[in-house]
Design a protein around this ligand. Structure first.
Ligand code: ZN
Length: 284
């Protein structure tokens, strides 16, 4: 699933292309569940709500993409497992997993317009449109935790000390901290030598500060590499990320640990699998 660096890569790609552009037509063959329109719009299709609206700016909040449109409306996109935006020529043949087709108005007579597709082979991605005054009350946005790259070490320590919970599920909880998933949670716990079952309030301030530093470092490094491509992540230009080449534990079960040579294991913790080195990351 795309996590903060992958979503940030998509957002940066979109920012290069669509701000200032006006939606001309939106066609979709996505399943009904993929598209959610606020009941307060009298119009019921994605096309009828966003056609004619200009793209003002694009923000990211956690793993959410927020495309701000003229008229105080936001197109809110969550890529979930395999969603991606692709900027392609409009004559390119339709791929069976291309679900939504966005045409933008040409700027000039010679301009062929701009064409963007939303492709999603697992079909869990969601495109939603809401008036801005309803947006932040929606489940999925209303209770999001802080952005890990904006969070100070002190605030992170306070967050962890507030109540006892296992560190790995806490890092995955979007209402605890927004944007991390299995990859960056496993990697940051590994380099910090913290067992994924360790209770947050039993970790020292020093250890939590170290973890905070590694989380920020890994996220920034991954953004530099356009994210991690394990299954299907790609930028708007179709290019894969390359941070998978720098991962130490995620997806490395039964392979030797860089530090101690022991075996990396994969174990279910909470409802998700965790990758870690039982020798380096001890549960004291
Ligand atoms: Zn080890």
């Amino acid at each position: 699933m795309p996590e903060l660096p992958e979503v940030e890569t998509v957002v940066r790609g979109l920012r290069k292309i669509i701000p200032g552009r006006v939606f001309e037509a939106v066609k979709t063959n996505a399943p009904a569940a993929s598209i959610v329109i606020s009941p307060s719009f009298k119009r019921k299709t994605l096309n009828s709500v966003i056609k004619g609206r200009k793209v003002l700016s694009i923000d990211r909040r956690g793993k959410n993409i927020l495309i701000n449109l003229a008229g105080d409306v936001t197109l809110w996109v969550h890529l979930k497992m395999t969603g991606k935006f692709l900027y392609v020529d409009r004559t390119q043949p339709k791929h069976k997993h291309d679900l939504v087709f966005f045409d933008f108005t040409p700027h000039t007579k010679d301009d062929n317009g701009l064409h963007l597709r939303f492709n999603d082979y697992r079909r869990f991605g969601r495109l939603r449109v809401f008036p801005n005054d309803e947006l932040w009350q929606q489940p999925g946005l209303a209770n999001l935790g802080p952005e890990p790259l904006d969070l100070t070490a002190n605030d992170f320590v306070e967050l962890c000390k507030r109540r006892a919970r296992m560190i790995k599920p806490a890092l995955l909880d979007q209402n605890f901290i927004a944007g991390l998933g299995n990859i960056y949670a496993d990697e940051s716990l590994y380099v910090s030598k913290i067992h994924p079952r360790r209770l947050t309030d039993t970790l020292s301030r020093r250890k939590l500060t170290e973890l905070h530093g590694h989380i920020q470092r890994l996220l920034r490094a991954s953004i530099e590499h356009m994210g991690t491509t394990v299954v299907s992540h790609a930028g708007v230009d179709g290019r894969s990320g390359s941070f998978q080449n720098f991962l130490k534990v995620y997806g490395s079960e039964d392979q030797p640990c860089d530090h101690c040579g022991g075996n990396i294991i994969r174990e279910k913790i909470g409802s998700r699998s965790a990758h870690y080195c039982p020798r380096c990351q001890r549960l004291r």
